[in-house]
Design a protein around this ligand. Structure first.
Ligand code: PA5
Length: 443
């Protein structure tokens, strides 16, 4: 289902260096499995594909059916790990134009992932008079962006429906026991789903956080979990035969050789939010203690016409990880044209997927020649099972890679810094002293 090709890193690192990483990888992988490493309270994702709560899983499917039957729109409120996975799945597995499709599932709008007045009021306008439900997702239950959005959409839904019906249209995905959202959900009696204590936000896509919006979008979450479980079993192997080991070894060796930026590239526009999800996973997990590979992303071939120049000839601190879909869905054949004024008849009879494939191959060689090592991740096709494979692949690789790097891949202390300043500037009680200091600095 998924394989990794690291042959194009060897002009840049010694093959012997790869072999010498065996013990490091073995230690990191075993430590993750034994739960004796940094952040070991947050390893619930490791065996989740086989150990998830079956009763809750059925409730997710039931709620998705109810939403599909009584709502034309689902508003999904969340940010970071409580947002990106669901959006990535819907865009990758259904379409980046999901809301525009002629379909029998509700439109889905993601809110609470910014503080923009215009963005939120546009979505209120887009909902219009249509029936809608809300899935509010926040592990802490106190994150500012989704909390504000929920206040706004809760009022909207309560104005639209009577109290009981409004309550029945709100689904809360949050902590099992604490936080403002949990308290509100208990008080109001919302249908609630749990983000397990031992699963951090960015590792939560295979919990209700991702699964409820996905199921509403018509994604087969059984097949998705089956894919993740197959990946979990395949990637338990402790050797360089394991694609996870190959990826972790390759990226860490490149990093040690001055390649500090990893660009995730894909040739399918539907992968764009998968890359956003990946950036959070790796950026938040590895970027700490003054260390970490900076995760960036590009959409090819579009970005070959914007970022291509830099990648080919800019600072040589980059490497690329390219997602290659072996059997890309869809088929568009280029037809012959009698006049051939555009000179494209040499492509007549060829499928666009074939052209895309040659773009992938040509770009790969050009970038390697230009000094950019490439790692290829081959994914069989775009479907639920393969989604499960790639999600588990990146999660496991991230955990092992964090340990190889010597950081705690499961915390995010740096995310708090901006919040303190924002709260102080907004006049939140308890931040008065900080506010005076900031006001002085901003003069
Ligand atoms: O990975 C993380 O922990 C974060 O990105 C969180 O998911 C994000 O900050 C949202 O947090 P919460 O779910 O508590 O609202």
């Amino acid at each position: 289902m998924l394989r990794v090709d690291i042959n194009n890193i060897f002009p840049f690192v010694e093959e012997t260096a790869l072999k010498s990483m065996h013990d490091e990888l073995d230690r990191a992988h075993r430590s993750l499995e034994a739960g004796d490493g940094l952040g070991s309270d947050f390893l619930g994702w490791l065996r989740l594909p086989s150990q998830y709560d079956r009763e809750e899983f059925q409730r997710i499917k039931k709620s998705a059916e109810k939403i599909k039957s009584d709502s034309q729109v689902l508003v999904v409120i969340g940010i970071g790990g409580s947002y990106l996975g669901a959006r990535a799945a819907i865009e990758f597995l259904r379409s980046p134009n999901y809301n525009l499709l002629d379909k029998d599932t509700p439109d889905i709008f993601f809110v609470g992932n910014n503080l923009s007045s215009s963005a939120i009021s546009e979505i209120i306008d887009l909902i219009g008079n249509r029936d809608f439900s809300i899935n509010v997702i926040s592990k802490s239950g106190t994150t500012t962006e989704p909390a504000i959005a929920f206040r706004i959409f809760k009022k909207l839904i309560e104005e639209r429906y009577d109290a009981e019906e409004a309550r029945g249209r709100i689904y809360a995905t949050t902590d099992s026991s604490k936080g403002a959202l949990k308290n509100l959900a208990d008080t109001e009696g919302y249908e609630s789903f749990v983000i397990p204590d031992n699963i951090g936000g960015r590792y939560s896509v295979l919990t209700a956080v991702g699964l409820l919006p996905m199921a509403v979008a018509g994604i087969d979450i059984d097949a998705l979990m089956a894919g993740a479980q197959a990946a979990m079993e395949a990637f338990a192997q402790k050797s360089f035969e394991n694609p996870v080991w190959q990826y972790v070894a390759a990226r860490n060796l490149l990093y040690r050789n001055g390649k500090t930026i990893e660009i995730l590239a894909a040739y399918e526009p539907s992968f764009r939010f998968m890359a956003e999800w990946w950036k959070q996973l790796y950026g938040e997990s590895e970027g700490k203690d003054g260390k970490g590979i900076y995760p960036a992303s590009v959409d090819f071939t579009a970005d070959l016409h914007s970022m291509g120049q830099y990648i080919q000839e800019g600072m040589r601190n980059l490497f690329e990880t390219v997602i290659h879909i072996k059997n890309a869905p869809g088929s568009v054949v280029i037809e012959a044209d009698e006049d051939n004024i555009d000179g494209l008849n040499f492509l007549a009879g060829k499928d666009l997927n074939f052209v895309n494939e040659q773009a992938f191959r040509g770009t790969l060689l050009a970038h390697v020649d230009g000094g950019v090592p490439n790692i290829i991740i081959d994914l069989n096709t775009i479907d639920e099972e393969n989604f499960g494979w790639i999600v588990y692949f990146f999660e496991l690789a991230c955990g092992i890679s964090g340990y190889v790097l010597g950081v705690n891949p499961f915390n995010q202390p740096g995310v708090e810094a901006y919040k303190k300043n924002m709260f102080a500037l907004l006049g939140k009680p308890g931040f008065e002293e900080q506010r005076d200091i900031l006001m002085e600095r901003l003069k």
